[in-house]
Every structure is written in structure tokens, then in C-alpha cells.
Design a protein around this ligand. Structure first.
Ligand SMILES: [Zn+2]
Length: 431
């Protein structure tokens, strides 16, 4: 799908310096830079080819009717930021640019006065002096442009307060896993990379935008699953095989240290879910977000259920990761048993895990919460529950109350708990 952007070169009225010629910006942001690690390449690779910046154009320089000192936008003044984008688009319209015909607007200033992205457009700048990492570095500007599409910062389960929780994801940049730009090797005066690239975008974020090629995603074909699946690196469409797996609500992907991901420490399997507008990184049973050979889903130390309950099992394991062969082998298992609920004693929940982990462990199936226990109810089963649903009174963190309300919101009819507990993520903006 053609997704051309309008790139507007803008300066305030009291500073008309032009740090680079227009060809430099075209290389960074349009199809002219194909193969040079600019945004044309980044969006193609990280959207499975769905976002095509062909047709993007660089316009300007244009002079705003505003002095440098008159712009007061910052993180605490989002209104002024939005007003700046609106003023820049207005200026471009007055100059004959059909900005509204473009899929997105990126305002580039002649110095790094601000850096953000939102519904109106994105703003970044670079004065060409290399005093600091450029706001136009692919490792930075890709996130701002993704914000224009509606993507939010990526998170990790267990630490909802951490704004940039997923070091392997562009929506947590500028993180530790960026890497050298093969096309622009400039360093700052302090010796840092001035135009780092990467990392890529995770499968959950791609899916949220309709960018994940689901014809290349493995998912189970029935309720009962026992299958070994080989994954290819998420962004390697050129290789045969599955590029990700979908198991319940979880997105499972392989990333290797090459291309946009050249800065990650080693090949790894990553697991995410998508909720509340963000991707959430999911840990393995030992609490590691970097899944390696031997990693298992779930939570180590979970008490074994009595055998007579004949519980279902929902589990997957990373059997092998072969970075050289660019493949990972996983084993997926799901049995529904005879459908008795899975017992999770309250003490265990309180001592070991929060609600987010518990929801993850449910793998998309339903949870039944009472003051004394939490049960996982396999989706395919029917059984009689006569207990009322009561919001727990024991000490959970602040995020628990909302979750409990959501799970138990339509109590007491038990039917509510036999349907998927998450809102239908397919209903919006996904096709
Ligand atoms: Zn951001």
C-alpha cells in the first residue's frame, strides 16, 4: 500500500540556516534512499512490505511566521507541539503543497529544538553540527513516525511504569540495542554514533497496524495441539517458512543480530501480547524476557494440580535457536483435558505473581476469581460453577482492581467466563 509522506523542511523566522541539501533528506526519507538504511527501507522491512513510502516528497525550506523564542512546545505542552505541526502544514499549503493528500507529515527543523510524533504529524531536527545523536537518526525517527500511525511505546509485563520496556523494539528507542548505520557513519563530537539504526518492530506492534503478514504466521489448527514449529527471523520475508507464531493471544518471534537488529546481544525468541494499545513483552517461566533454548512458558514453581482434575495443558518451549541457520524450533502443546478448572491458591498468586503474569499464563482462556482462589477455565469446556464472583480483598497492586473488574464485570452468569476475556482486538483498524 502506497503510504507517501510529506517531508516539510521548516525554519523559524530568525534562523534561516539550511544544514543539508534536499537530496540528503530525500535519501533519508524517500525511495531515493532505498538500500541506504533510511525510512523507506525501515518501513518496508518492518511492515512486511505493507507500508511503502514511495511517493514521499521533500518540500521547503519554508519560513514560519514565528521566532525561535516564540515556540514553547515540550513534553508538558503538547498543545503547542500540535499547533506547531498545524502551522507548518498551513505554511506548506500556502506554498502550494497538497499536504492533506499524504499519508503522514514529518516536519524537519534546522536544529534539534523538539522531537515528537502524534496524530497531526511528527517533528524532529538536526543542525548538522554533530553535537549529539541526531533526531533524524533511523533509531529515533522511526519511532516518531510510528507514533503518527498510532503506535505507542512498548512495555514489559510486571513493570507497567517503565515507559520504554522492550529493548528489542523500535517503540522503546533510543534503547541499548541500536547499531551503527552502514550508510551514514558520522560520529558526534563525543564519539557516539550520530545516526544509529534499529532495532526492528515486534510482531505484536506490527499486527496492531495490520502490518504483520498473517499468511506467514503459524497458529494452531485445532483445540488440541502438539506440534513442532520452525520460525524464521520476523523480518526475513525472503526466507521460506513461518515468520512468527500466534498461540492464544501471544505473538512469538525469532530475532537474530543482523540488519535492523544488528545491535541485539544474541539471537533470541521474544514473546508479546498486545493490550491497552501497547505491546507487552512476556517472560519465560524463569522470568527472563530473552527466551533461549530450553525456555518454557508459564511460571516456575506453580503448584501442581491434583491429577484427578484431568486439567488441560497450555505450554510452549523453545527447543533450539540456530542463529547461523536463521531458525528457531519451538514445541507447542495444548490439551483441554476433561475441563475441570485449574486451581491457583491465593497465597501463590500474592507471593509470586501479579495479575499481568496470571493473565498471560491463562493464554487467552478465562479466569475465575474468588476471594480464595483463581481458576483457569479452558475455553472449550463446560462445567457447573455455583459460586458467586467476588472481587478479591487481599493485597494486590493498583493495577489489579481494574483487571479484576474487567474479568468479573458481567458476573455472576458463568457464561461470561467461558468467552475470551479480552476485548476483540480485531474490531479496530486491522485488516
Ligand atoms: Zn516515543
Amino acid at each position: 500500500m502506497a503510504d507517501p509522506w510529506a517531508i516539510l523542511l521548516i525554519h523559524f523566522s530568525d534562523d534561516d540556516t539550511e544544514p543539508f541539501d534536499k537530496a540528503w533528506y530525500r535519501r533519508m526519507f524517500t525511495a531515493e534512499g532505498a538500500g541506504d538504511w533510511g525510512m523507506y527501507d525501515w518501513f518496508r522491512d518492518n511492515s512486511h512490505g505493507r507500508v511503502d513510502l514511495a511517493g514521499s516528497e521533500v518540500f521547503g525550506w519554508y519560513t514560519l511566521d514565528m521566532k525561535t523564542s516564540e515556540y514553547i512546545g515540550n513534553g508538558q505542552n503538547q498543545d503547542a507541539r500540535r499547533d506547531l505541526v498545524i502551522a507548518c502544514k498551513e505554511k506548506a499549503r500556502a506554498e502550494g503543497v497538497a499536504v492533506d493528500d499524504f499519508a503522514g507529515t514529518l516536519v524537519i527543523l534546522n536544529y534539534g529544538r523538539d522531537l515528537f510524533g502524534g496524530g497531526e504529524g511528527a517533528v524532529a531536527g538536526d543542525d548538522g553540527k554533530n553535537l549529539d545523536v541526531s533526531g533524524l537518526a533511523p533509531a529515533i525517527i522511526a519511532q516518531e513516525m510510528c507514533h503518527v500511525y498510532g503506535l505507542q511505546h512498548s512495555k514489559r509485563l510486571g513493570s507497567p511504569e517503565v515507559e520504554y520496556g522492550d529493548s528489542w523494539d523500535m517503540m522503546s528507542s533510543l534503547g541499548p540495542y541500536s547499531s551503527a548505520n552502514p550508510a551514514i557513519t558520522t560520529r558526534t563530537v563525543r564519539g557516539e554514533l550520530a545516526y544509529p539504526i534499529g532495532p526492528g518492530l515486534n510482531a505484536a506492534n506490527m499486527w496492531s497496524q495490520g502490518w504483520l503478514d498473517e499468511s506467514r504466521v503459524w497458529s494452531p489448527s485445532g483445540e488440541t495441539v502438539s506440534e513442532r514449529v520452525t520460525l524464521r527471523p520476523l523480518h526475513r520475508r525472503d526466507l521460506d517458512g513461518h515468520l512468527a507464531a500466534r498461540f492464544g493471544e501471544l505473538f512469538i518471534e525469532l530475532r537474530v543480530a543482523e540488519g535492523w537488529d544488528a545491535g541485539i546481544p544474541r539471537a533470541t525468541v521474544l514473546v508479546h501480547l498486545f493490550e491497552q494499545g501497547s505491546s507487552w513483552l512476556v517472560a519465560d517461566s524463569k522470568g527472563s524476557f530473552e527466551w533461549t533454548a530450553g525456555s518454557v512458558s508459564g511460571a516456575e514453581g506453580m503448584p501442581a494440580a491434583p491429577a484427578e482434575l484431568d486439567l488441560g495443558v497450555v505450554e510452549f518451549t523453545v527447543e533450539q535457536i540456530d542463529a547461523e541457520a536463521r531458525s528457531a524450533t519451538l514445541r507447542f502443546t495444548r490439551t483441554t483435558g476433561r475441563g475441570a478448572p485449574q486451581f491457583m491458591p491465593e497465597w501463590w498468586l500474592r507471593r509470586r505473581w501479579g495479575w499481568e503474569q496470571l493473565e498471560t499464563m491463562s493464554a487467552g482462556e478465562s479466569l475465575l476469581v474468588t476471594p480464595h482462589d483463581v481458576t483457569r477455565i479452558p475455553a472449550a469446556t463446560r462445567f457447573d460453577v455455583s459460586r458467586q464472583i467476588v472481587v478479591p480483598t487481599f493485597g494486590l497492586d493498583d493495577t489489579a482492581e481494574e483487571t479484576v473488574t474487567r474479568i468479573t464485570g458481567s458476573a455472576p452468569p458463568i457464561d461470561a467466563f467461558l468467552s475470551p476475556r479480552m476485548p476483540d482486538a480485531d474490531s479496530e483498524g486491522h485488516g
